[in-house]
Design a protein around this ligand. Sequence first.
Ligand SMILES: Nc1ncnc2c1ncn2[C@@H]1O[C@H](COP(=O)(O)OP(=O)(O)OP(=O)(O)O)[C@@H](O)[C@H]1O
Ligand SMILES: Nc1nc2c(c(=O)[nH]1)N=C(CO)CN2
Length: 227
Amino acid sequence: MNYQTWSHAYEQILADFGYDPAADERARDRLATLTDPFDESRLAAMRGATVAVAGAGPSLTSDRDRRLAAEADVVVAASVAAKRLREAGVAVDLMVTDLDKSPATARTLTREGVPVAVHAHGDNVPAVEEWVPRFDDEHVLPTTQAEPRGPVVNYGGFTDGDRGAFLADAFGADTLVFPGWDFDDEGVSETKRRKLVWAERLLYWLERRRDDHFAVLDGRRDDIASM
Ligand SMILES: Nc1ncnc2c1ncn2[C@@H]1O[C@H](COP(=O)(O)OP(=O)(O)OP(=O)(O)O)[C@@H](O)[C@H]1O
Ligand SMILES: Nc1nc2c(c(=O)[nH]1)N=C(CO)CN2
């Protein structure tokens, strides 16, 4: 997805959460000083593949969802989902994170040669400055939700999980499956709940753009505000 298309959603997100776009841009520019361009050919395995985009909801511990991840061609794991899947013996091919949680897992992955899409935004610059220099830069894919610049790219998406889905789409994934997604999880904070509402809305947007069918949205579409 190009930035112009993404900005339609981004402007609504900025308005809803009251984020300052200039702060997102400053974060992007800081991340740019800490990273080099990522070799995108390394994600070629996604083309035509079944990609599991794992969320960190409670259902990720279920046999069904673990299997969904283990049986996919490629596993993209959002934040804590990367840690949980590794602990369960499921290999992760790409971690997507804003370093809010599990930054040590992200560091371990880069040091093992597994790519990590590190997202900079207006509210995580201290984490970016603390952790990115400790990663193996060759395996860091720097991302922003603002306009892309230098090595820092934007495939679309807001929360770690839906950014993983937009990324898989950008790299030509054929089928997307969603283990570990629990939109109605009552164990999350109010802010997280609002972020999950956006994640759902963005997945629905992506589904329609791809003319696809994401089973994770079954029974929910009528109640999702369209964009
Ligand atoms: N019930 C759920 N609780 C948490 N995350 C969920 C849930 N369902 C789906 N997800 C997806 O899993 C991702 C990873 O969640 P996690 O709690 O590890 O990360 P986070 O760092 O708080 O995420 P973010 O910074 O994107 O809000 C979320 O970004 C979201 O896209
Ligand atoms: N400015 C800003 N951007 C974000 C934030 C956030 O807290 N602040 N959280 C995100 C996912 O949790 C993604 N993007």
